[in-house]
Design a protein around this ligand. Sequence first.
Ligand SMILES: NC(=O)C1=CN([C@@H]2O[C@H](COP(=O)(O)OP(=O)(O)OC[C@H]3O[C@@H](n4cnc5c(N)ncnc54)[C@H](O)[C@@H]3O)[C@@H](O)[C@H]2O)C=CC1
Ligand SMILES: C[C@@H](CO)CCC[C@@H](C)[C@H]1CC[C@H]2[C@@H]3[C@H](O)CC4=CC(=O)CC[C@]4(C)[C@H]3CC[C@]12C
Length: 369
Amino acid sequence: MADSAQAQKLVYLVTGGCGFLGEHVVRMLLQREPRLGELRVFDLHLGPWLEELKTGPVRVTAIQGDVTQAHEVAAAVAGAHVVIHTAGLVDVFGRASPKTIHEVNVQGTRNVIEACVQTGTRFLVYTSSMEVVGPNTKGHPFYRGNEDTPYEAVHRHPYPCSKALAEWLVLEANGREVCGGLPLVTCALRPTGIYGEGHQIMRDFYRQGLRLGGRLFRAIPASVEHGRVYVGNVAWMHVLAARELERRAARMGGQVYFCYDGSPYKSYEDFNMEFLGPCGLRLVGTRPLVPYWLLVFLAALNVLLQWLLRPLLLYAPLLNPYTLAMANTTFTVSTDKAQRHFGYEPLFSWEDSRTRTILWVQATGGSAQ
Ligand SMILES: NC(=O)C1=CN([C@@H]2O[C@H](COP(=O)(O)OP(=O)(O)OC[C@H]3O[C@@H](n4cnc5c(N)ncnc54)[C@H](O)[C@@H]3O)[C@@H](O)[C@H]2O)C=CC1
Ligand SMILES: C[C@@H](CO)CCC[C@@H](C)[C@H]1CC[C@H]2[C@@H]3[C@H](O)CC4=CC(=O)CC[C@]4(C)[C@H]3CC[C@]12C
């Protein structure tokens, strides 16, 4: 039949397509989405690597734009069949103001939804976060939970507040009539801590370890489990969800899915050592070397310093009360909802994910890239 050969070619838009996750989504779409006819990559800052993608069979359109600007978003969305909205301001270190975080993450998402409605785009996949659930302000553990596990999701920090509100907007928009009369179909994917090629914080820890003579010092008890997922699998989950939203609209529309794979359950620091160890670093101490009260004190001191230095410079270290609470509270997921709803299986095994990440740290960790 001519049908399969002439199957409709689709236009995809990836917002935040030049970020850590976004780049993997873009590359994954090009590799694994046979119906792709045009790929629009929308970002505040376009990466030079996009140029090499323009020589392939799929039309790649780079769009420099700001999700907070409704007209820029509408122009990018017009004519797209599917939008994967990963653009976001990921800041738990006090670099940006709460207002800016809200504008990008909440108003930006509102603009994407309204653009879909106005222009008739029917399928929207939103990159949410584990943080819309927790850890909560009370530090309650979430141990191998799933999408239905009861948990008191209470936030105060601007980042999780913004992600929770944006996710709510996306889910609430499911079923809205778009231009042309058909219903919008939306879903939200909630990655835990993403790792892999391009992960800035991993590189920061590596460089810190090199500066400290090849050592890092344990600060968090090994018993605290922190959920992690490989970026390639998160990207694959986005591609698959976007593809299946049309066929399985009734099942997937308005749903949330944690992102998961075969990455082991470990503490934040022990997990990082899976990559940094083979790169020559070692984690000193089987127990935290610094008493917890001292970490709490240092984290609070960092907040004070950030505030005092603000007129002069941006002081935004990794340690603050929020990141300490994140690293020190068990939050892990165990679910098969994405498998049941849209047939997701991780594309990369843990061994592959680990090897790819190690090679990346070795290749770029010590350089300025
Ligand atoms: N990194 C992680 O561990 C996790 C990330 N997420 C979510 O995944 C998404 C991607 O995060 P990452 O790739 O880690 O962050 P990233 O900072 O590497 O990527 C975000 C991208 O969005 C773009 N962007 C920011 N503001 C924009 C604006 N106003 N207009 C257009 N583009 C803008 C940035 O330029 C960047 O390329 C975010 O929505 C984040 O909330 C969710 C869970 C975990
Ligand atoms: C106390 C320090 C001792 O070594 C360790 C500090 C580690 C923190 C910088 C990270 C611990 C947990 C991370 C967050 C978590 O993985 C979940 C996230 C989800 C998102 O949507 C965005 C990124 C992040 C907030 C991630 C950021 C870095 C940590 C706080």
